[in-house]
Ligand binder design. Structure first.
Ligand SMILES: Cc1cc2nc3c(=O)[nH]c(=O)nc-3n(C[C@H](O)[C@H](O)[C@H](O)COP(=O)(O)O)c2cc1C
Length: 190
């Protein structure tokens, strides 16, 4: 078997009382059932990087090897005013070559019917700047408060969500392995 793909799961919100741990926790459980993925969870709430984007920031320096070492990323992103939360954008802006030429998958959610799609579409544009490949198929949780069952478990329909996650992860792995092999032969941009 080929080496498992190392995926950074980027948890994209930082506010007090956030739902992100429920969404990210569910996704991490789904990914943990696969033997072709090694997941590293990077929670934006634990890495509130300075908006000044100071080049000598110790927090960014500590995070750098984890992001650089990933073969792929999955971003768990809520929709904030039709876009992405500020701390997530700051974290993304704090790095550059670390992201480069890797596949990115998206898990979106929001209070409204869009289910985070507008945040995801913005992330596609942002990651295009780093020559990333955004996965076509996404996981979304529209009206996220309705996605809890009577006992507060998330998501209420695990089968549908797991099928969407599998589709996205299968695409992500194809790209991660293909790009990893290609970069081993010829480093990107050389
Ligand atoms: C500042 C702000 C803006 C929001 N804008 C939207 C929006 O444009 N569309 C939407 O569906 N939900 C919107 N919401 C609702 C959030 O997507 C929802 O509360 C979600 O749980 C936020 O993720 P979090 O709990 O992990 O922070 C907004 C919430 C906040 C705090």
């Amino acid at each position: 078997m080929t080496r498992p793909v190392s995926v950074v799961l980027l948890v994209g919100s930082a506010r007090a009382g956030r739902l992100a741990p429920d969404v990210a926790g569910w996704f991490a459980q789904v990914a943990a059932r696969r033997d072709d993925i090694v997941l590293d969870v990077v929670d934006v709430a634990d890495h509130l990087l300075p908006a000044s984007l100071a080049e000598d920031d110790a927090g960014a320096a500590a995070l750098r090897p984890r992001l650089a070492g990933a073969d792929a990323y999955v971003v768990v992103v809520p929709e904030y005013n039709r876009s992405v939360p500020g701390p997530l954008k700051t974290l993304i802006d704090s790095f550059q070559s670390e992201w480069e030429a890797k596949p990115v998958g998206f898990v979106g959610y929001g209070l409204g019917t869009a289910g985070g799609v507008r945040a995801i579409e913005h992330l596609r544009q942002i990651f295009a700047e780093f020559h990333c490949v955004g996965m076509k198929d996404i996981v979304t949780f529209p009206r996220v408060l309705d996605q809890y069952d009577g006992e507060g478990r998330f998501p209420a329909d695990p089968e549908g969500a797991e099928a969407a996650a599998k589709l996205m992860l299968d695409q992500l792995l194809w790209w991660a392995e293909a790009l990893r092999e290609a970069k081993a032969v010829r480093p990107y941009g050389s």
